[in-house]
Ligand binder design. Structure first.
Ligand SMILES: Cc1cc2nc3c(=O)[nH]c(=O)nc-3n(C[C@H](O)[C@H](O)[C@H](O)COP(=O)(O)OP(=O)(O)OC[C@H]3O[C@@H](n4cnc5c(N)ncnc54)[C@H](O)[C@@H]3O)c2cc1C
Length: 441
């Protein structure tokens, strides 16, 4: 059985590990081969750092540990963990503080702040070089009898028994499934982010990282966040900083001039202001003094809700469930709940476990894909709604909406941890085991 995974990002690599782990034990007359196809070059041949810093939630770390304990350890050793999330307004006033995803509650799976590149490196551990085809772009996928035809940019093609589309927000696999009917949409928010060495920050702020994890400041016209994103004991720890603001006419990744940011945030106040100037102004100056390559402008795009994440309704019953979308290809969300990576890995684990269960019976691909959609879509749609709510809190506000938002944050921080931590409890293996117990073959 030949499986092709399109995209060696976080979802694709997670799917590779999950399939290798869970399909090994299937009794089949055909050996399972898994191939990753990635349009970019191998990170081993590139000095480019992939992406910025991210929050990796307990559910994501737990899902990673379930398919690669080595990857989970690699991440935890390099990540920043612990402390409080602090919410402020643009006057520097405290709106609230809360523990979310703490190690006290989630043990070894406490939430961490980490470089996206570190998560990628971790998931590349134990991926066999011969299983990945780098620098190969998939241009289309088509149903072909009982198989899936994969067409490449160099004109070649091959057949697969199962095709997993893990090719991100501009997924070619999604476009092939739906004839391009669901393109990614700009959600009206953009922003700039980058990295700053912790050693260059005011000493009072440096000391605060022992207890404070992320600071999120909300103003009338935008948001400013900062947090360490590497272990404080690493050789050269640094923070990530990021801004989010409404810009209806700017859906490009062109570099934004620092004047734009200084105009928006330059006079914001913080308890870490020094006699030399305000903290946010200082962070912008430092951020723009750093290597421009480390700074990115990210207009936020989301995928419209798809009716299916697979071809399980195909007119050709032989091929149903043999094309499946996971991660951002299925549901790119606004990053304001920090769940994109976690959901991508959960998708991969749930789908692999369902394949393990259903493949031994006829129509196994179809049944696995149906169960995958049934288990995953409600959870991800709930998370999409929550992240949209969080994103809207960063849009332009009048006095009334700002007051309501700020009180909303205050109330949210007063809720017990289990309320806002509900989505962190998800354990893919338990969810599938429960489903299988209720749906015997
Ligand atoms: C600004 C920002 C901040 C974020 N912050 C967080 C956060 O704090 N926490 C969190 O959990 N998530 C966060 N996310 C979301 C998270 O980064 C994504 O959800 C996650 O990376 C999705 O992984 P993926 O593998 O599905 O997609 P991708 O990472 O996009 O990977 C897709 C891969 O497919 C390859 N590919 C694409 N097309 C083809 C093709 N035709 N042929 C072959 N290969 C192809 C690409 O090169 C890429 O390697 C953030 C996202 C953004 C934009």
């Amino acid at each position: 059985m030949k499986i092709i995974i399109v995209g060696a990002g976080i979802a694709g690599l997670a799917s590779y590990h999950a399939l290798r782990k869970h399909l090994q034990s299937i009794k089949s007359d055909r050996a399972v081969s898994i191939k990753l196809v990635e349009s970019h070059t191998s990170p081993a041949n590139s000095s480019r750092t992939i992406g910025g810093g991210i929050g990796l939630a307990p559910n994501g770390l737990r899902a990673i540990a379930s398919i690669s304990p080595e990857a989970a350890s690699y991440i935890r050793e390099r990540a920043f963990s612990g402390g409080l999330m602090t919410f402020r307004d643009s006057e520097g006033r405290l709106l609230g503080q809360m523990k979310a995803g703490t190690a006290e509650r989630y043990g070894e799976f406490g939430q961490v702040m980490v470089l996206r590149a570190t998560v990628h490196e971790a998931l590349l551990l134990r991926v066999r070089e011969e299983d990945v085809q780098w620098e190969m772009k998939v241009v289309s996928v088509k149903e072909a009898g009982e198989q899936v035809l994969v067409e490449y940019g160099d004109g070649s093609s091959e057949l697969a028994d199962l095709l997993i589309g893990a090719d991100g927000i501009r997924s070619v696999v999604k476009d092939s499934l739906f004839n391009g009917a669901y393109p990614a949409m700009y959600n009206g928010l953009t922003g700039v982010g980058g990295f700053i060495p912790i050693s260059s920050l005011p000493s009072l702020l440096q000391e605060s990282f022992d207890t404070h994890r992320i600071t999120m400041a909300f103003g009338k016209q935008g948001f400013f966040g900062y947090s360490p994103c590497t272990s404080l004991s690493s050789a050269a720890p640094f923070i990530q900083w990021w801004t989010v603001y409404e810009a209806l006419s700017n859906p490009t990744r062109e570099k934004i001039d620092k004047t734009e940011l200084l105009t928006r945030y330059g006079d914001w106040k913080s308890p870490y202001d020094t006699p030399e100037g305000g903290l946010y102004k200082h962070l912008i100056e430092l951020g723009y003094a750093a290597d421009p390559e480390s700074r990115t402008t990210i207009p936020r795009h989301v995928t419209p809700r798809l009716p299916h994440w697979s071809n399980c309704t195909s007119l050709n019953s032989d091929v149903r469930g043999r094309i499946v979308l996971i991660g951002d290809a299925a549901h790119a969300m606004t990053p304001d709940l920090a769940q994109g990576v976690s959901c991508a890995v959960e998708d991969a684990v749930v789908h692999a476990l369902l394949l393990k269960h259903y493949l031994p019976i006829p129509q196994g691909f179809e049944k696995a894909a149906q169960a995958y959609e049934m288990l995953r879509m409600p959870r991800v749609h709930f998370i999409l709604d929550q992240s949209r709510w969080n994103a809207n809190a960063k849009r332009d506000m009048n006095w009334l909406s700002q007051t309501i938002r700020d009180w909303g944050i205050w109330i949210f921080c007063k809720l017990p941890e289990f309320v806002h931590g509900g989505i962190f409890m998800y354990a893919a293996e338990d969810v599938v085991a429960d489903y299988i117990a209720k749906h015997p073959l």
